[in-house]
Design a protein around this ligand. Sequence first.
Ligand SMILES: Cc1cc2nc3c(=O)[nH]c(=O)nc-3n(C[C@H](O)[C@H](O)[C@H](O)COP(=O)(O)OP(=O)(O)OC[C@H]3O[C@@H](n4cnc5c(N)ncnc54)[C@H](O)[C@@H]3O)c2cc1C
Ligand code: FES
Length: 257
Amino acid sequence: MKEIKNALVVDNKLISPNIYSMTLDIKDIAQKAKAGQFVNLYCKAESRLLPRPISICEIDKEKGRIVLVYGVVGKGTEEFGNIKRGESIEVLGPLGNGFMIDETKRKNIIVGGGLGTPPLVELVKHLKGEVDVYLGFRSQAMLIEEFEKIGARVHIATDDGLEGFKGNVLELLKNNNAVGDIIYSCGPKPMLKAVAGWAKNNNIPMQVSLEERMACGIGACVGCVCKVKEKDEQDWQHKKVCKDGPVFWSDEVVWDE
Ligand SMILES: Cc1cc2nc3c(=O)[nH]c(=O)nc-3n(C[C@H](O)[C@H](O)[C@H](O)COP(=O)(O)OP(=O)(O)OC[C@H]3O[C@@H](n4cnc5c(N)ncnc54)[C@H](O)[C@@H]3O)c2cc1C
Ligand code: FES
């Protein structure tokens, strides 16, 4: 049974407009965590009881630390942005299943969109073979250095063309004639759905990390279900994104709803 723990905030810095990188000293979670899992962060304000799910961006098992990269979008994340180094925050995790890493694949394609990019950094550290990272943003890219430091080739698309290719990440994949043995992806659902269609046409297996609104984050409230089917089957069932996911094979997800 997981317990809510108090983590020391080692750092909490603005890395891009409205985007923060928070480093937490929390040995227990760092030791167990794997790429693609998330934590629940708790607000101090009593009016905000529900935890906020945030993916683990990087894990340092030696130092017992994790890094979270989050955007300020509402009251909860605004509160997190005001936390100072040296303060503490309540956190529960690691939660969810994480990516199913296949070390036999020689050509890995990573596809990230906006605030879905952070969990892909830790993932790339564990891949063998070549890694091409395709990232799509509205206007401003982030985390490029983090990927390049690990030896990945990074390709950027922005909607307004301010950085990299002008267009979306699917157009960028097509424009670059991307080829790979597997795709790992995280981002907004319409992006995941579009890339999943391209992956299917190109016979490339793909894992997607889904994001649903969550309440408990631990499988107790059924607030985060998605429709999932067995490969090549028609019948679907509800699965909990927080507990059975957030990572699924793209051909198991029922996209049309
Ligand atoms: C598995 C998972 C991983 C995530 N990882 C990241 C990450 O690494 N970086 C990042 O910036 N964001 C991430 N998100 C989104 C993040 O959880 C929301 O942006 C955040 O909860 C918004 O809280 P808020 O109080 O600022 O916004 P509000 O809109 O005020 O939130 C109101 C309520 O809705 C819930 N909520 C709002 N948006 C979301 C959302 N997209 N997903 C789930 N619950 C939501 C909140 O938890 C809260 O209970 C992730 C979401 C999920 C499900
Ligand atoms: S958020 Fe409660 S079951 Fe997933």
